[in-house]
Design a protein around this ligand. Structure first.
Ligand SMILES: *Cc1c(COP(=O)(O)O)cnc(C)c1O
Length: 391
């Protein structure tokens, strides 16, 4: 695999010298093992036997009929062990950590989804696991804190700054600087300094690799549109990667517009942000005049990050990717619609992609195809939705 630190002007390694050493060591090992047959075999084995891959590509016939336009297909990442795409990345990284002889895993988590995925693979491979989580998030998501503990992980509440995800990332990076000789930082999305964005994309690219093969088998042609939600951008880049060269396939990322992109309550980093540096990399960020990350908001806790992976920033600039957004209300409507019409309760994050995917399909002829990544299941969200609807 070619080494690539920058995507256009985005990406890079904007970190202190100490951390550079750790990242260089990580890069060396990542590029070595990602092309190693033995490593690839091991990854494939656990993808099948532990995660349950390949995930289904499902023709949503009822939803298609209801919308009345293009055929809608769903890539069912919600059916993976632990219920989302996050396990794809956690598995890949822990296998790499094992090869590198690391004994201790650290991770950051916002809503707790990535923390649970990290704790899961650590339990399975017998690794010591510490998860940094903003104190506010530990209270908001106490069930996920309990899940991580159940899986044997230590959860460290972070009390600095805004006590949320961005502070948890800072705490994890600090631990990594101090302990990288025996510690592996299992990052949760396609963000951070090089090589993290490339590494996470590589482990998530199984989504698009399978989807491309499956749609060719079922339809004998490629989709017209592929659609995924964008938080940090890992499920979306995982879907896009193997379609990149298929220029006729339009790639659409969907950002969380919260209560509206003209309010202060959204997390639409590409739509409303500007280029800047955050957490060691350059990308589109939502930041104030001083360059400090702004507080962000979405109905879907897994989407509220004040930046986006650097490869998406590049796709936006080059025009290869198109970035749209869905509001809380649109996501909630899609959540209810998919539950009712197909008997599939999607994650609120994924519901953003469903909302925009349906809008696109509506305007297309019946011989067109829209493929939507269903990044996770919505069981984790039913209490929140019940409260929102006053049920
Ligand atoms: C975390 C999460 C996301 C957002 O993360 P990305 O890195 O943007 O993919 C999306 N969907 C689900 C179900 C998640 O748990």
């Amino acid at each position: 695999m070619n080494r690539k630190e920058y995507f256009g002007e985005f990406g890079g390694t904007y970190v202190p010298e100490d951390l550079k050493l750790a990242l260089e060591d990580l890069s060396e090992n990542f590029y070595k093992y990602i092309d190693d047959d033995d490593f690839k075999e091991e990854l494939k084995f656990y993808q099948k036997e532990y995660i349950g891959r390949p995930s289904l590509l499902y023709y949503a016939e009822k939803l298609t009929e209801k919308i009345g336009g293009a055929k809608i297909y769903l890539k069912r990442e919600d059916l993976n062990h632990t219920g989302s795409h996050k396990i794809n990345n956690a598995l890949g990284q822990i296998l790499l950590a094992k090869r590198m002889g690391k004994k201790r895993i650290i991770a950051e988590t916002g809503a707790g989804q990535h923390g649970v995925a990290a704790a899961t693979v650590c339990a399975m491979f017998g690794m010591d696991c510490t998860v940094y989580m903003g104190e506010i998030d530990t209270k908001r998501q106490d069930l996920n804190v309990f899940r991580m503990k159940l899986l044997g992980a230590k959860v460290v509440p972070v009390t600095s700054g805004t006590k949320t995800l961005k502070d948890a990332v800072d705490a994890a990076l600090q631990d990594y600087i101090e302990n990288y000789e025996d510690t592996f930082y299992l990052i949760g999305s396609a963000v951070g300094p090089h090589p993290f964005p490339v590494m996470v994309r590589e482990f998530q690219s199984i989504i698009g690799k399978e989807a491309r093969k499956q749609i060719l088998e079922k339809e004998d042609k490629l989709p017209d549109y592929i659609v995924a939600c964008v938080g940090g951008g890992s499920n979306c880049i995982g879907l896009f990667h193997h379609f990149y060269e298929d220029k006729e396939v339009k790639m659409v990322g969907v950002e969380p517009a919260g209560k509206g992109i003209d309010t202060n309550e959204h997390a639409a980093s590409i739509t409303k942000g500007k280029p800047g540096i955050i957490h060691g990399f350059k990308s589109y960020t939502l930041s104030d005049e001083k360059g400090e990350p702004m507080p962000v908001y979405s109905i879907a806790a897994g989407l509220d990050y004040p930046a986006v992976g650097p490869e998406h920033a590049f796709y936006k600039e080059s025009g290869r990717g198109e970035y749209r957004y869905a509001t809380d209300k649109e996501a909630l409507d899609a959540f209810l619609e998919l539950s009712r019409v197909e008997g599939i309760i999607p994650a609120l994050e994924s519901s953003h992609a469903v909302a925009v995917g349906c809008k696109i399909a509506e305007k297309l002829d019946k011989d067109k195809i829209v493929l939507i990544n269903l990044s996770g299941r919505g069981d984790k969200d039913v209490n929140q939705v019940r409260e929102l609807m006053n049920l």
